[in-house]
Design a protein around this ligand. Sequence first.
Ligand code: IPD
Length: 320
Amino acid sequence: AAPDLQEIHDFLITLAKQAGQLITSARPSIGSTDTKKNCKSFSFCFPKHPKPSLSHTYLTKPPTTASDLVTETDKAVEALISTALSSKYPTYSFLGEESYEPGLRLTAAPTFVVDPIDGTTNFVHGYPYVSTSLAFVQDYTPLVGVVYNPFSGLLYHGVKGRGSFLTTALPAGSPVPEVTRRLPLRPPELLESVDKALICVEWGNEREGPNWEAKIQTFAALASAQAGMAHSLRSLGSAALNLCSVAAGELDAYWEGGCWAWDVAAGWVILDEAGGSMVGANRGEWEVPVDGRRYLAVRAGSDESQKKAFIEQFWGFVKG
Ligand code: IPD
């Protein structure tokens, strides 16, 4: 039977709120973190590519910095979610950040793609820009997305073909009723040019080598005092929430190389349904797979052709 997307959407929201309770009641300490394992398998997404800009060889070696953090709460939240999903949907696959093993790939099968805590570094430091990101993906297409920040109570959610929404979801027992608004939050203005844009970038976890150089040169090009520079850059620490802010129309674009399918799959649906677009981080990559790891997300514009022109102009800033 075809998956019941609305039922999945509703169930993922229930799970996101349960995850939120675990996250907000945890007391992580910087000393109790561990470094992650994602970098172990660079072959997960990247065949060798002759020209590394933001490259297909991204993360070609084990991490040399302690910037890729994981906590006991990341693991506990993923266990909660995977147990609930496998009991309700035993035939569907599961791809989660914490249970990921090198070699695992997204397939065409119906799959839940889960990041229990997106923004682990923020979580550890008490910076409340943290989310649980839950997606349902089939045939490599994100179909349902739920992204919940339990600290702010902002719940972003969407189903392919049915729109995306922001619900202010306060903790259980709150006297304030939930309010839901459709995304984007205001009618999209013309996406004119990079020099009028507020752009999100991320530092990522790899802090040396050709990809790092490509990134910082791109940041400098976007920010420096030259013709066409952006209004400003932001770096907030949760890919899923960044995508939701682009969907909402609060950010004009978000550019990153190095994040994973579980960081973007849910936000992707929310962005698409809000009229935004996800393309590759490098020039000419109009199509990017969910596990493509190098993305440029752009908000809805009032005009599709102008949005395309904005994307092409943006790619002109990408160095490497
Ligand atoms: C990270 C965040 C961060 C992004 C990294 C991701 P995590 O996810 O989304 O914003 O720059 O690439 O790995 O590790 O906190 O789940």
